[in-house]
Ligand binder design. Structure first.
Ligand SMILES: [Cu+2]
Length: 169
């Protein structure tokens, strides 16, 4: 019994340490004006995929609203800002032509299932561990260069991208 408890403790400790190290290793961020951009990342894409996605968090420490109005990524012909939502049980995706709002003293979260960047016209599949050079442009703060880290599949299923991948015949 004692032995069981001890080994359980070790496992928990190892898991906690592992999570901590993983977080530290993955964290990267950028700052422009009053905005802090946390951990831009993207997902691996299968061979032949023409679209990918970009995710990040923007923290606004300022007293004025701002807007993420556009973005670029070297691997994509163009990048759009999209929002995914579920209405009446149906998943819908829409392009936000005016960008995504970042409230004063608030944050904008781009994550699977919600706001995201859509990388359109991929020149090559995205492989785990790659860094994609790109930029983010904000209405007030201006443009900042960022790198999106490509991470493997994990967390919620990437339905958002499959939903608007080119029609699969
Ligand atoms: Cu999208």
């Amino acid at each position: 019994m004692n032995r069981f408890i001890h080994s359980a403790c070790r496992v928990t400790l190892a898991a906690a340490l592992g999570a901590l190290l993983a977080t530290a290793a993955h964290a990267h961020g950028y700052k422009i004006g009053t905005l802090e951009i946390e951990h831009p990342w993207s997902r691996t894409t299968p061979n032949g995929a023409t679209v990918g996605a970009g995710y990040l968090v923007v923290d606004n420490e300022g007293a004025e609203d701002d807007t993420l109005v556009s973005a670029t990524a070297e691997v994509a012909q163009r990048v759009e800002i999209h929002e995914m939502s579920v209405k009446d049980g149906v998943m819908t995706m829409r392009l936000l032509p005016d960008g995504a709002p970042i409230p004063a003293h608030g944050k904008l979260t781009l994550a699977p299932g919600g706001f995201h960047l859509m990388l359109i016209g991929l020149k090559a599949p995205l492989k785990e561990g790659e860094k994609i050079k790109g930029s983010l442009t904000f209405a007030k703060a201006g443009t900042v260069a960022v790198e999106f880290k490509v991470e493997g599949m994990k967390g919620p299923a990437p339905m958002d991208h499959d939903a608007h991948a080119a029609p699969a015949n």
